[in-house]
Design a protein around this ligand. Structure first.
Ligand SMILES: [Zn+2]
Length: 43
């Protein structure tokens, strides 16, 4: 499961031991969704 750092935007493909960004050290990570949120047009 991939994660994305909210601080620097780096994608972290595999987190096994460290729940932190390997790039900047931020612990604010979010799960990356396989599909981008679909834009819904109401018009
Ligand atoms: Zn980062």
């Amino acid at each position: 499961m991939a994660y994305v750092c909210l601080n620097c935007g780096k994608e972290i493909e595999d987190i096994k031991y460290f729940i932190s960004c390997v790039n900047c050290g931020s612990r604010i990570l979010v799960k990356r969704r396989s599909n981008l949120a679909k834009e819904v047009s109401t018009d």
